[in-house]
Write a protein that binds this ligand. Structure first.
Ligand SMILES: NC(=O)c1ccc[n+]([C@@H]2O[C@H](COP(=O)([O-])OP(=O)(O)OC[C@H]3O[C@@H](n4cnc5c(N)ncnc54)[C@H](OP(=O)(O)O)[C@@H]3O)[C@@H](O)[C@H]2O)c1
Length: 346
């Protein structure tokens, strides 16, 4: 029976420190009505990503915060239920930016970009991968490593949050480029996954008693590229081991997303003496790389050279707890909410 209500997760209060379930409110609303040029979309998959923590704060960033009482923002893959645009039919699968809710209306015909509305072909790859290895996180790994990190065969590439959506792709892309790939992750289990299943050369837990020594052992020729997903103490340890002319794509700082006070910064002495390049980047600035990313990474996924794992919870009501868990490192691979049935996976 077609749904008559739209179930939504709203931002109820701005978290101080770690988000709590009470910072979210789950509420039903009537189904939205699409106008001219618009689509009504039933969400199948909702992506949960660390950047959403920043959107819960009322501070200036590279994009606007979620309003109090507003629907939490997020990338989605869904099925078109009703189309008022000639380019889309009911039953089409689309990537869009529907947010934490069961249904939404999207403007079709707006310039399609890496974040939609983009029609997906389930014969090319499972549609959920448009939120993971073949979506924003995969493209972040591709652009951040290849364009900004510029790894050369034989170099050592280190990546933190190595068992997550971005990090797991970074290490595999480093291997494809002929580099030594070393992961840093939060547990021995994650390290085992990264080495045994994804083919990294080594992985160390940042909870080990002496991270610098563990990293030095894993990187006997020093570190040429550090793909930083976490900042903080891990960055400090890495900086002690960088080689001359090392590159550091600064992708994320998840160790401080819940911080109420910023930690003291790292010592930049090694950055100066080794002439290290550190460059922050935001994947949405690199939309021109979408065709190259999709062509190469879709092929590597098909060939089994770029593996991925999805960590799935069921139902829109599960989103707040799963998001809190993501920030605590409870996910392995890409964190997804299965909001409704995926007809391509029956
Ligand atoms: N610049 C961009 O355009 C862009 C785009 C996408 C993502 N990002 C950034 O990329 C990073 C990874 O994102 P993702 O989507 O792939 O998430 P993810 O790695 O799938 O999940 C987040 C992981 O971060 C780790 N973590 C949490 N707290 C930590 C801490 N205090 N210290 C060290 N690690 C911690 C956890 O793994 P452990 O168990 O290993 O701790 C957790 O599983 C995030 O910083 C995100 O903001 C940036």
């Amino acid at each position: 029976m077609p749904a008559t209500m739209n179930r939504r997760v709203l931002l109820k209060s701005r978290p101080v420190g770690e988000p709590k379930p009470s910072d979210f409110e789950i509420a039903d609303a009537p189904l939205p009505k699409p106008g001219d040029g618009e689509l009504l979309i039933r969400t199948i998959w909702l992506s949960l990503d660390p950047y959403m923590r920043g959107r819960m704060n009322d501070v200036k960033s590279y994009s606007a915060p979620v309003e109090l009482g507003g629907v939490m923002t997020g990338g989605t893959v869904g099925e078109v239920m009703e189309s008022h645009h000639p380019g889309f039919q009911p039953g089409d699968f689309v990537l869009s930016y529907g947010g934490w809710q069961t249904h939404h209306v999207a403007k079709a015909g707006a310039a399609p970009g890496p974040f939609g509305p983009l029609k997906l072909d389930p014969r090319v790859a499972p549609i959920s991968t448009a939120l993971g290895v073949l979506g924003m996180p995969g493209m972040t790994a591709f652009v951040g490593l290849y364009d900004i990190g510029q790894p050369k065969p034989g170099e050592t590439v280190v990546v933190s949050a190595a068992a997550g959506a971005v990090g797991s792709a970074v290490g595999q892309l480093a291997k494809i480029r002929g580099c030594r790939a070393v992961g840093i992750a939060g547990s021995q289990d994650k390290c085992e996954y990264v080495v045994k299943e994804l083919g990294f050369d080594a992985c160390v837990s940042y909870r080990s008693a002496d991270l610098t020594t563990a990293l030095r052992d894993a990187c006997p020729k020093g570190i040429d590229v550090y793909f930083d997903n976490v900042g903080g103490d891990v960055l400090k340890a890495v900086l002690r081991l960088v080689n001359p002319f090392a590159r550091i794509p600064l992708c994320g700082l998840i160790s401080q997303y819940n911080a109420t006070e910023l930690p003291p910064g790292p010592n930049f002495g090694p950055v100066l003496v080794n002439r290290v390049t550190i460059r922050g980047f935001i994947v949405s600035d690199h939309a021109d790389r979408l065709p190259a990313f999709l062509a190469e990474c879709a092929r590597w996924v098909r060939e089994g050279r770029l593996k991925y794992r999805e960590d799935v919870v069921a139902g829109i009501d599960s989103a707040p707890a799963a998001f809190i868990g993501l920030l605590r490192g409870q996910n392995l691979g890409k964190m997804l909410v299965k909001v409704s049935e995926d007809p391509t996976r029956r």
